[in-house]
Design a protein around this ligand. Sequence first.
Ligand code: PEP
Ligand code: MN
Length: 337
Amino acid sequence: MIVITKEKATPQEIQHIKDRIESYDCQIHESAGETHLIFGVIGDVRRIDTGQLERMAGVDRVVRIMRPYKLAGRDFHPQDTLIQVGQVTIGGPKLTVMAGPCAVESQEQIIEVAQKVKASGANILRGGAFKPRTSPYSFQGLKEEGLIFLAEAREKTGLPIITEVVDVASLPLVADYADILQVGARNAQNFTLLKAIGELEIPVLIKRGMMSTIEELLMSAEYVLSKGNQNVILCERGIRTFEKYTRNTFDLSAIPLLKQLSHLPVIADPSHGTGLWELVSPTTLGAVAAGADGLIVEVHPDPEIAVSDGRQSLKPNRFGDLMQALKPVAQAVGRQL
Ligand code: PEP
Ligand code: MN
């Protein structure tokens, strides 16, 4: 961090600035420009409130050099993080394909989807048992019954399961069944939930909030990492913009950018990213070409009657076609399916 003093800063103001920096247990490397003093701040600057420093009389500006996400960032952790979930390694050369319905609707539905997506090459089953819905009158999920059906589908197919946790109260229950927790877009900045997940060891996929910047997503990951849980997966699922033809605006650039900034695996969610099943396949191919470590895709045996997100859900045969279309793209960028 660099602190630049004002041109007319008084000696008292300068001393005050130095005392404040030292109160954070940081050292000062001072250099004098023609009109300003420049303090290089050395030490653990994460706890320094830059706004507070900037407001001090005598301070012209404060420049952070280190990124605020020390644990999620690549600076101190250049090698890719690999996350092991059963037989599946997330983040390595093999792409991770998570597929399944938006919501678990019945035992038959989830088992049928699980068997079909597995036959097409998916390696993780998705399905929401606790659904965060915009309307309180919409289907809220089968809750524990849904988790039991997911566990049965895992039993039958061997596919590990990812499912959403919506609050701290249900975290122990969901963590008991899930192989990977999903933190949804609406909870991406639920810091109480993120800290509670940080106390566990279970892998967690954090979706980008619909209004979150890339830095905010990385700070959400930082919450989990800073509590000790190192098994964090990032997910680009589109952000809300003025565009109305798609449900969200899928940010393709976020994928290579997150890969550059962070060592954590990055998963693309073209289903929520676009909201339209016809766009899922082309955006998936783009996401993999851009360096995604895998995808999470909604697949429903009969999207017309799906209780949630039917419009963006692929039929199982279309998911099979997507997996075929993905092969040459994966190969072109040195990844396997
Ligand atoms: C979901 O995965 O079904 C979901 C609710 O996603 P998001 O949190 O990205 O909206
Ligand atoms: Mn959904």
